[in-house]
Ligand binder design. Structure first.
Ligand code: THU
Length: 134
């Protein structure tokens, strides 16, 4: 799948964002090795820490469906109801969840309204990631 299509999936995912508290809508599209794409959006809660980010929604959906072979993720976020201007980078918790399942060359596409604004590998976003010796 091309980056452009993955971006389109993330934009679709963003439409489902439930963000009445922050007003910041995020969508993510996670590409698996077999070509499957899992969409995710942020899901907020009146008890703020119970909020789930778009990236983790997508990853948890995938893992719960038996898929842990991840290749790339597209992320798009910004004020709800508006075209996102700046690129949206994954938060630290989401980076750590990525590190659980993804290799250092996992591709993270971070988007603004003019297409892909930044691309980075997980190794670049989270060097020295914590992991248990196996
Ligand atoms: N958010 C995400 O969905 N992904 C990120 O990586 C950063 C933040 C969400 C969480 C919350 O619903 C809103 O953006 C504002 O922090």
């Amino acid at each position: 799948m091309r980056n452009k299509e993955l971006v389109r999936e993330a934009l679709e995912a963003r439409k489902q964002s439930y963000c009445p508290y922050s007003g910041f809508a995020v969508g993510a599209a996670l590409l698996c090795g077999d070509g499957t794409v899992f969409r995710g959006c942020n899901i907020e809660n009146a008890a703020y820490p119970a909020t789930n980010c778009a990236e983790r929604t997508a990853m948890f959906k995938a893992v719960s469906e038996g898929n842990t072979d991840f290749r790339a993720i597209a992320i798009v976020g910004g004020p709800k109801g508006k075209e996102p201007k700046d690129f949206c980078a994954p938060c630290g918790v989401c980076r750590q969840v990525m590190a659980e399942f993804c290799s250092r060359d996992f591709q993270v596409l971070m988007l603004g309204c003019e297409g892909i604004q930044r691309t980075a590998s997980l190794g670049e976003l989270l060097p020295y990631a914590f992991s248990l010796e196996k």
